[in-house]
Design a protein around this ligand. Structure first.
Ligand code: NAP
Length: 436
């Protein structure tokens, strides 16, 4: 089984950006993609909302993103992922070819698939006049009458592409108002060859082996519209959740739910781009998601390694869960992190820098009793005893710590009897040393 820091699934703009950032962070990373780099970009003719490129074809932008990520060392393999499952602190990625790969973190950037109209004739004529991609199939319909179905950005953008080939283009939409961006509406609907048919519902697609007509219902009246091709853009269904053996949180439409760092509920699993629940499905947001996810994943992996050293007896999945719940805290040199006499409410793991532990003795004088560095922890005595803090901790140099709240600490303690014993032994030893 090959081992990586990060496995990225999907090579659209989100996946390629995740790959670029992972490679630049010197992570051992691999990207698996089912079809070939580009994702939705390859189904898009012209992109006009990617900053810095007034107008670029989807193909060219995909190519640039792929080349850029590979230049920094990203490995891309065109292989389908069948399943992802957790094993301890690792994610096991099973490929369709039967091989398995393990990683500390997985970035899910798989986007989705077009929603079908689910009308008679749609499946039968798929590839014979029914299409879900104008860029892929438009050129087969030179000088023919076509219909796009849908009122969103995709229908309008793809419709604009189809006007290069179509003799006549109908825009069939179930409501009178379109939801596409105004600029796209203005461009498409102002063309002479374009005719909107609204509010109209497609009931059936038919022909003679090739599409020849669609049957629609407008204001309750059925009508037959002669067309040679139907391009369907009625939305998009995310597919990320189907990859997971265990439960992954998603909204009612199947979009994966994340926090601000793109973390899903499974520690070490991040969701980015169109498969994630969010307001916009844009290249710019997908790229932003991926950046955040990888920057966080890099930190998560480093923290996980520290935590595993600190709690060797804890089950690996409990450590991953603990790290997922830890909040980063920065302390300047001299800054107090914990104060003697305070109520205990948190536990800390040192990631970078150094802290010193002080106790006020019977003479009222404060003395340094210990120094702690990366991989060492403090704060367990108060949480285990329930009594006030018996020491003050201050950073002796700029330091980074991870803070675990009381509830998460109790979960870690109860993850195994060996973990409890380890923490209690450390607490006992420290108490004895500081009272000497
Ligand atoms: P969308 O925005 O969800 O629009 C789907 C359209 O199909 C809507 O007009 C909807 O009608 C209609 N529809 C849904 N189910 C239908 C059904 N069963 N029968 C008939 N019509 C149906 O999907 P999209 O256009 O594929 O876009 C997906 C996302 O990608 C959006 O967030 C979009 O902004 C983004 N995108 C952006 C660009 C860009 O240029 N920046 C390009 C493409 C896509 P209602 O309006 O009545 O709901």
């Amino acid at each position: 089984m090959a081992e990586y820091d990060i496995v990225i699934i999907g090579a659209g703009p989100a996946g390629l950006t995740a790959g670029l950032y992972a490679a630049r962070a010197n992570m051992s990373a691999i990207l698996f993609e089912q079809k070939g780099p580009g994702g939705e970009l390859l189904n898009t003719d012209l992109i006009e909302d990617w900053p810095g490129e007034e107008s670029i074809t989807g193909f060219d932008l995909a190519e640039k993103m792929r080349a850029h990520a590979e230049k920094f060392g990203l490995r891309i393999e065109v292989k389908g992922v069948a399943r992802v499952r957790s094993e301890g602190d690792r994610k096991i990625v099973e490929l369709e070819d039967g091989t398995t790969h393990s990683a500390y973190a997985v970035v899910v950037a798989v986007g989705g698939e077009p929603i079908k109209l689910e009308v008679p004739g749609e499946q039968e004529y798929h590839g014979r006049g029914v299409s879900y991609c104008a860029v892929c199939d438009g050129a087969f319909f030179r000088n023919m009458d076509l219909a796009v179905v849908g009122g969103g950005d995709s229908a309008f953008q793809e419709g604009l592409f189809l006007t290069r080939f179509a003799k006549k283009l109908y825009v069939v939409h179930r409501r009178r108002e379109f939801r596409a961006q105004a600029i796209l509406q203005d461009r498409l609907l102002s063309m002479e060859k374009v005719e909107p048919i609204t509010p109209a519902v497609v009931k059936r697609i038919g022909g003679n082996g090739e599409v020849k007509w669609i049957e629609i219902e407008r204001d309750g009246t059925p009508e037959r519209v002669a067309v040679d091709g139907v391009f369907i853009f009625v939305g998009f269904r995310p597919v990320g959740r189907h990859l997971f053996a265990e439960h992954i949180d998603h909204d009612p439409d199947g979009y994966l739910i994340t926090d601000q760092y793109m973390r899903t509920n499974i520690p070490g699993v991040y969701a980015v781009g169109d498969t994630r629940a969010q307001l916009a499905k844009q290249i710019t947001t997908a790229v932003g998601d991926a950046t955040t996810a990888v920057l966080h994943a890099v930190r998560y992996i480093e923290e996980l390694k520290h935590a595993e050293k600190a709690f060797p007896a804890a089950p690996r999945e409990a450590v991953a869960e603990t790290v997922n719940r830890m909040e980063p805290v920065r302390a300047m040199a001299g800054q107090t992190i914990m104060r003697q006499g305070d109520e205990p409410d948190a536990f800390y793991l040192v990631v970078r820098g150094r802290v010193a532990v002080y106790r006020v003795g019977a003479d009222g004088e404060e003395r340094e009793v210990n120094r702690l560095g990366p991989g060492e922890f403090f704060g367990e005595i108060g949480l285990l005893s329930g009594a006030a803090r018996i020491a003050t901790v201050r950073a002796v140099e700029p330091s980074e710590l991870l803070r675990l709240d009381e509830e998460a600490f109790r979960k870690l303690v109860s993850s195994s009897s060996a973990t409890r014993e380890q923490l209690e032994a450390v607490a006992r030893e420290r108490q004895a040393a500081s009272s000497r």
